[in-house]
Design a protein around this ligand. Sequence first.
Ligand SMILES: [Zn+2]
Length: 391
Amino acid sequence: MDIEKLKAAIAKNIDSSSQKLGELSQKIHDNPETAMQEHQASGWLVEFLKENGFKVEKGIAGLPTAFKASYGKAKPVIAFLAEYDALPKIGHGCGHNLIGTSAVAAGLGTKLAVDELGGSIIVFGTPAEEVDAGKATMAKKGAFDGLDAAMIVHPGGGNRVTLNALACQTLNVEFFGKAAHAAADPELGINALEAMILSFNAIDALRQHIREKARIHGIITDGGEAANIVPAHTAGTFIARAQDDAYLDDLKVRVLNCFTGAALATGARLEYHWAPERYASMLNNVTLARLFQNNFESLGHPIPIGEDEEWSGSTDVGNVSQLTPTIQPMVGIASPHILIHSTEFAEVAGTKKALHIILDSAKAMAMTAAELLANPNTLSAVRADYEKNKK
Ligand SMILES: [Zn+2]
């Protein structure tokens, strides 16, 4: 079959399942589950994939709500990444119900290309994007080894193919001081809150002298018990972010110095731990991005590549992008003033209009996959772009 005919057939195939896909998205949307608790959502996605002839392994990489659904056996291997975790209280304020749905829809569409051209598809269920960097754990355990490309779309307030995401790592700290009456015996106390406040001030001072795109931010989660007790314990959570892993390593040392310095100044004892997983920075594959751009635009959605766009937050898709050519296009389902991680965005993520746009982006991912399976030269160009980025 000629590639344009194949693409049309892919789009038609996704359209013919649009009602089922819509129900799937709605079910996940209406039953939000937070990080690592996504038992229903992953179950529903797995059920859909099994019904459509995918071979499924559940609980991969030691994560009960992760899965790997394969179709076909041969190389090249194209992956679609499903996310489905919700936010506490806000529900699907990041629209991950749509991400899960688009990944299985793209898998369904690409089956036709695999039947026609060979190669294989894997739809990965990747839990806990929001807090525990599920993909980082999966990457470390080798789940993404041997892939030729990976794609995922993310709903947002506008269209653009590339995403400039920062590397980041979370730091949890505690200070242990000594309680005393704040007025009667202050000289006998060791003030854990002063240690925390000094740390904030030290970070403020540090912030003036770090690279522009780097970020350090945090909150106090325990600030003491009562105003008349010298605080014996305080706790806080901080996040350090940087444009690349090397600078993040450097920044982590300097951030930690702020806390050790405060401990020394106050006499409070510091305990800290860095989160076991880091969100890696995003390596954008512009060659792959152009293919997606072409296909999404052919469906009537203008989308810029957006290479020079502002830097945003962080995503564990970055960890996948370090291993294989990857794109994460942002697909506009809401007006730009509706921000992700808000209840307003959660509402939009449950609408028919959002579903329609997201299914078009799934078609574009499947069409892009078909091009990679159809033409070894296209695949090598994508690979070359990845090799260049890695350097
Ligand atoms: Zn998200």
